[in-house]
Design a protein around this ligand. Structure first.
Ligand code: CDP
Length: 785
């Protein structure tokens, strides 16, 4: 008698992360673990000035230091036409400075030596003759007519203005505002922040002069796109470039761009005929690689006096740093910020944006968010909070009244997105029930009587992930589509090769679960490979929660393709017509006779041992996926805080997060993603920001100045879930990796504002340090609030 089959641990199972076994035993391979024979080491000299002319560079002393092999300057790079490189936003960026330096920490020269310490020592022997120039540290100053021009390298450029961009209907919005009973406005700054992955960036470039093969180990979230960019920029034949992205110690958007260090190491390896390794230190990572946010935002909301939203008007000024290098789809100048109407059925909206150069590091990366959606979500949720306060309505009620209703999906947003699905009322109801909202409001009223400052903050967000459909989404012309290749071996075990690159999100587990669901092979029998361009299908990389909506879909579809072939093999084995073969959970059988089934393992074996004459042998395939739409995860977060009026210190009593990312492939991994995102949201709300002094010196170049919360400061999170499947995704999943960072900062800030609103405080810019909260309270009291 057949034993009862083991349950297939496909979609919905809390499968423990397959990758953790090697990672927690110290058996992972990170970039600094890779050591190649004859390998040299590179260190980079960086500018101490934010803005300065370079009159000359003397490398003679550094070159003479024993152990130094070469010193590379911008001049040498220029001889190979590599002193500048393209950015992801169609701008140019200096690889090594030639004319002047434009931010503190900019790459000026590089030393290649036999050991990394000699390379670092030699940096101190390079003499650079700088002539300091006025540093431009705010975008407001950058746009003044007498501000020094930063990009003097660009012909015809006479100001620091980069772009203007707009979305929505200006006339309709103006009309809505003209007719409104109430207009609420808010000026707020989403500060510059940095993803700060625990592993910094680095590479080992290994160019073989005999074969012309370029193997580059690189901390990259997007190895395939990097390969193509290297082929185009360096003129190397693409088939000879292999980018290997080994285990990554986090990425969070920081490991998407091409950094000058990668280019210099590659050029050095080409010139010297040796592998060249470059590993950033912490300060280099924080001051010179991809920043995030840095948006100065003005928002206005028009409402009727009973709280019906009528219009939204937003203008923003983006601080892009010295080179416009935003890592985002080409078509959208400020990413997907125009989703700023959020979860609300707004009849009119207009968004305008201006970008400016400043003397700061470039970046604009999607730091644990879809492109600029974090800023958008923050602005609208802060505005809603203030609108509720102004018209004297409960903020939950105001949201409920204006949410897009479940029956309105698919919903065409006022700025042109087509939201695929949603149940905003459902997610908010669950969050409110869990936190016991009504009781809390009563408790708050009591607390106020005793002089205690209790605050309840809500944020309901709509994320937009899964970039994206080829008609709208490309980066440097490369369409944002992704692939999955599946090979099933004769013994029924499989290898899945994916175009995404996991940085800790658990792709080796969840993508195996998708195959398990579709084909009935257990996840532990499916090896998932990624991060090696010679051995995985092409794709645009992992960031902005795009992996599940794109690669997850490709994985399901390639598995289905093999299932169809499996039916042909099963028909042969069962001596039946293929039209009569049915499939269920890893078993193929003739309709009506499930007891006589062939397993996926029988079918796989037959693909190599016993197949029909007219059928191609083997069981493998590849699928590329061009998504028909983006996916729209959503949720409501509720935070309860208590503010100390005497010190401005605030503590989080409760944090309830209800997320809806459609069908959850692995609920445990989803919860882990949400926990991480909430911690990052809390960090931004409470302590994390990169600042600059008036000379453009970066304050925040180490973890004593750039504060990350530890387990001690991070609040406890209570999670809840609703499930609204994405109708167009093959398994109904939406992304989740970024949602919590997008949704939560406003909830924390709204809670603090809610605690002190009655004192007259209307806004405090993040991060909400106790000093700032205290000052805001004092100011409000002073103003008679
Ligand atoms: O692109 P990235 O991997 O950062 O983000 P994601 O697509 O949101 O996925 C993050 C992790 O959560 C992956 O391991 C996903 O497979 C998993 N996930 C899930 O299990 N169910 C979902 N509905 C969404 C994501």
């Amino acid at each position: 008698m057949a034993t009862e089959a083991e349950e297939i641990r496909g979609i919905g199972h809390r499968v423990r992360r397959k990758e953790d076994d090697r990672l927690i035993r110290g058996k992972g391979t990170f970039i600094d673990d890779v050591k190649l024979p004859g390998m040299l080491h590179m260190a980079i000299l960086r500018s101490p000035f934010a803005h300065a002319k370079i009159n000359g560079i003397d490398t003679s002393k550094a070159s003479a230091l024993p152990g130094v092999i070469a010193v590379v300057t911008g001049e040498l790079m220029a001889q190979h036409n590599l002193a500048w490189m393209p950015t992801m936003s169609y701008d140019t960026q200096a690889v090594l400075a030639t004319d002047k330096v434009r931010f503190q920490g900019q790459e000026v020269a590089a030393v290649i030596a036999e050991d990394p310490y000699v390379a670092k020592d030699a940096l101190e022997l390079i003499e650079v003759d700088y002539e300091a120039l006025e540093a431009v540290v705010t975008p407001q100053r950058a746009l003044e007519s007498d501000a020094p021009v930063i990009r003097t390298d660009k012909e015809g450029v006479t100001s620091n203005h980069i772009y203007d961009w707009e979305s929505g209907d200006k006339e309709a919005t103006d009309a809505a505002f003209a007719a409104a009973d109430v207009v609420v406005s808010l000026d707020t700054f989403y500060p510059r922040s940095h993803p700060a992955p625990i592993e910094t960036c680095g590479c080992i470039a290994d160019l073989n002069p005999a074969t012309g093969q370029a193997t580059i180990y690189m901390t990259s979230q997007a190895p395939h796109a990097i390969r193509t960019v290297f082929a185009l920029v360096a003129g190397l034949p693409e088939e000879n470039i292999r980018i290997i992205s080994p285990d990554l110690g986090g990425g969070f958007g920081n490991k998407v761009p091409v950094y000058p260090g990668y280019v210099v190491a590659t050029a050095a390896s080409l010139l010297l005929g040796h592998p060249v390794k470059w590993i950033e230190d912490r300060s280099e990572n924080l001051i010179s690689t991809g920043f995030a946010r840095d948006f100065h935002m003005h928002g206005e909301m028009a409402l009727s006096k009973d709280g019906q939203m009528k219009g939204l008007r937003v203008s923003l000024l983006a601080d892009e740093g010295a080179f416009h290098a935003d890592a985002q789809p080409s078509k959208f100048k400020v990413g997907l910020f125009h989703i700023v109407s959020g979860s609300y059925d707004l009849p009119a909206a207009h968004v305008s944006a201006t970008g400016a150069y400043t003397n700061k590091a470039p970046g604009g990366v999607a730091y644990r968010c879809s492109f600029r959606v974090t800023e958008a979500s923050y602005l609208i949720e802060r505005l809603v909070q203030n609108a509720a306060g102004e018209i004297g309505m409960d903020p939950a009620e105001l949201r409920r009244k204006n949410f897009i209703r479940k029956d309105q999906f698919p919903y065409k947003s006022v700025t042109g997105f087509e939201y695929d699905s949603g149940d905003y009322h459902g997610a908010m109801d669950l969050a409110l029930q869990t936190v016991k909202y009504d009781e809390l409001r009563k408790e708050q009223a009591e607390a106020r009587k005793q002089g205690r400052l209790l605050g309840i903050g809500l944020a309901s967000f709509t994320e937009v992930v899964g970039a994206g459909p080829a008609h709208d989404f490309d980066i440097l012309g490369l369409k944002m589509n992704d692939g999955a290749e599946l090979r099933i071996h004769p013994t029924g075990k499989a290898i899945l090769k994916i175009s995404s690159k996991t940085q800790g999100q658990g792709h080796e587990t969840t993508f195996a679960q998708i195959v398990a669901e579709e084909l009935g092979i257990q996840p532990e029998d499916i090896k998932v490979m990624h991060g090696d361009t010679d051995n995985t299908p092409y794709g645009l990389g992992t960031y902005a929660s795009r992996s599940t909506p794109t690669v997850g879909a490709a994985t399901a579809l390639v598995a289905r393709k093999l299932r169809e072939k499996g039916k042909q093999l099963a028909a042969h084995l069962l001596e039946a017509a293929v039209e009569d073969i049915e499939y269920e959970k890893g078993k193929f059988f003739v309709r009506g006779a499930p007891e006589n089934a062939k397993t996926i393992q029988d079918v796989a074996f037959a693909a190599y041992t016993n197949f029909p004459e007219d059928l191609e042998p083997g069981l493998e395939g590849v699928t590329y996926y061009n998504p028909p739409n983006l996916t729209y995860p959503f949720g409501t977060y509720a935070v309860v805080v208590e503010v100390d009026a005497d010190t401005g210190e605030w503590t989080v009593d409760r944090m309830v997060a209800v997320d809806d990312c459609g069908v959850r492939i692995n609920p445990m991994i989803v919860e882990g993603q949400i926990h991480g995102g909430l911690a990052e949201g809390f960090a931004i709300a409470a302590m994390q920001q990169i600042t600059f002094d008036e000379d453009g010196n970066c304050i925040g170049s180490n973890f004593s100045d750039y504060l990350l919360p530890t387990a001690v400061e991070t609040p406890k999170f209570e999670l809840g879930a609703t499930v609204t499947p994405s109708p167009h995704h093959p398994i109904g999943a939406k992304g989740v990796g970024e949602s919590a960072t997008v949704g939560s900062p406003a909830a924390f800030v709204n809670a603090v504002i809610d605690a002190v609103w009655h004192l007259g405080v209307r806004n405090i810019d993040m991060p909400l340090t106790s000093g700032k909260v205290w000052e805001a309270i004092q100011q409000a009291k002073g103003a008679g609030g």
